[in-house]
Structures are given as structure tokens and as C-alpha cells.
Write a protein that binds this ligand. Structure first.
Ligand code: NI
Length: 255
């Protein structure tokens, strides 16, 4: 039984066949999924989906790429939505230095404001980090995000960064890239992350695992991530999936 901690079933890529995608996930043993909203449209869609499907939960936040579009009223809206019993985290939020739509200082400000909100709400946060490892760690430290903890989603940093995140009470989540043949660093890091701080995800429709690399990803493929991590951690598939599911439920306060 698997818990996919990061899906974008709220993305346009699933508009045509979401029911089939979800039933394939169920057949693959996916018991719970968190649909992550990151702007107005995807947050609305995530809220719609958690009403429709019992086994879906939502996270609500604002993506760093679109930081320039976030207004104070969006933060108030996110705070309001967080009261829904199936909204389990704030995010995704963070820094993305790959795309340059939003200047770094704006991204940092929007990131800090969301951390402060999550602390007020006492909810875990989901962190998006693209090419910004050190600034992310600095901000998490300065804002004392340790108080709430959360998830380093689709972790792409090295072991030193992972250790800093673990020290700050964060979980490390791996997705498709850990299955790529040339993915040396994620495999090294995964080997060192304690089993009780490890999570699995797809980030679908993005980052499909081997052998689907480059294709549309879907939650059923989280199986392949779990298989690879079980191999790296030298535990059985059942132990890996059970433990990561338990970690997710505890972090999101489900049951
Ligand atoms: Ni995402």
C-alpha cells in the first residue's frame, strides 16, 4: 500500500482521463495521494478533487515561479482553505532559480510569508527547490521552520544539504529521478536518509520514472520509485511502502 505525497492531478494533462488515471493508481496499490495546488487555478481544482475522491488530500500554496503574481488576498485565501479537514499541508512553496519569471528577492519574500503563515496555522510545509539549495536552507533556518517541519519535495540536493534538512525536522521525498540510470547523487542521498524520514512521490504529470522517462507521469508509477528505494535501502518492498506510508500519515495528521 502506497502513499504518493505529491501529485498534480489538478494539472490540465489529466483533464481528459482522470478517472482512468486514478483507477490505475488504485490497482497499483496507491491508497492516498496529496494533490498539490500552487496557484489560483490549481488550488481550486485540488479543492474540487478532494471533495470528489475520498482518498485524495490537498496541499495549498504559491509556487516560486509565479511569486510575482501573489497578492496578500491569496495568502488570506490559503489560510481560509487550510481549515478544510482534508487540506494537510501548506505548499508547494520555495525557490526556483531555473526560470526567471520572478526575481529572487520577490521569491524569497513570498517564501518567507508562506512559512510564517504555516507556523501560525501549525501545519507542515512542502518545499520546491530548484537550483536554490543553499538559499532554501538559510531561509528555513532564519524563519525557524523546524517548528513545523515538512517535506523537501523531489529532493535534488546533495548529502550535506539533506543532513541540514533532516536536522531541521524535514522529511526527504524522492520521485522519478532516483530511478534514472545516471542519478548518482539522489541514490547516495537516499541511502543515508533514515527510513522514518523518507517519503515517496511522483510529482505527476512531471518527472516520470525509468522506463517512462519523458512521458506523462501518473500516480501508479510511484511503485517504481518505491521499488528503487527498497533496493537502495536494502529492505523489502513491503517494508518500504509501509514505512513511507506511515511517515506520510503521521506528518499530515491523517487518522
Ligand atoms: Ni509539484
Amino acid at each position: 500500500m502506497l502513499f504518493d505525497t505529491h501529485v498534480h492531478l489538478n494539472a490540465d494533462q489529466f483533464e481528459e482521463d482522470i478517472d482512468e488515471v486514478i483507477s490505475r493508481a488504485r490497482v497499483a496499490g496507491v491508497e492516498e495521494m496529496v494533490v498539490v495546488g500552487f496557484d489560483e487555478k490549481t488550488i481550486n481544482k485540488a479543492m474540487e478533487l478532494i471533495e470528489k475522491y475520498e482518498f485524495l488530500y490537498a496541499a495549498v500554496g504559491w509556487h516560486p515561479v509565479d511569486a510575482v503574481d501573489m497578492k496578500e488576498e491569496h495568502l488570506e485565501w490559503i489560510a481560509e482553505l487550510s481549515k478544510h479537514p482534508k487540506v494537510v499541508a501548506i505548499g508547494e512553496m520555495g525557490l526556483d532559480y531555473h526560470w526567471d519569471k520572478s526575481p529572487k528577492d520577490v521569491q524569497k519574500d513570498v517564501f518567507r510569508r508562506q512559512i510564517r503563515l504555516a507556523k501560525k496555522l501549525q501545519m507542515p510545509i512542502i518545499i520546491h527547490d530548484r537550483d536554490a539549495h543553499h538559499d532554501i536552507v538559510d531561509i528555513l533556518k532564519e524563519e525557524n521552520a523546524q517548528e513545523i517541519g515538512g517535506i523537501m519535495h523531489c529532493f535534488g540536493g546533495d548529502l550535506a544539504i539533506a543532513k541540514e534538512c533532516l536536522e531541521m525536522n524535514f522529511h526527504i521525498s524522492f520521485g522519478g529521478p532516483v530511478t534514472f540510470k545516471n542519478a548518482k547523487t539522489p541514490k547516495e542521498v537516499a541511502a543515508q536518509v533514515p527510513l522514518d524520514r523518507l517519503l515517496i512521490e511522483t510529482d505527476c504529470p512531471f518527472l516520470a520514472p525509468h522506463p517512462f522517462r519523458g512521458k506523462r507521469n501518473e500516480p501508479a508509477h510511484v511503485q517504481l520509485v518505491a521499488e528503487k528505494l527498497a533496493e537502495i535501502k536494502e529492505v523489502s518492498y513491503d517494508e518500504l511502502t509501509e514505512k513511507t506510508r506511515e511517515n506520510a500519515k503521521k506528518l499530515f495528521s491523517i487518522n
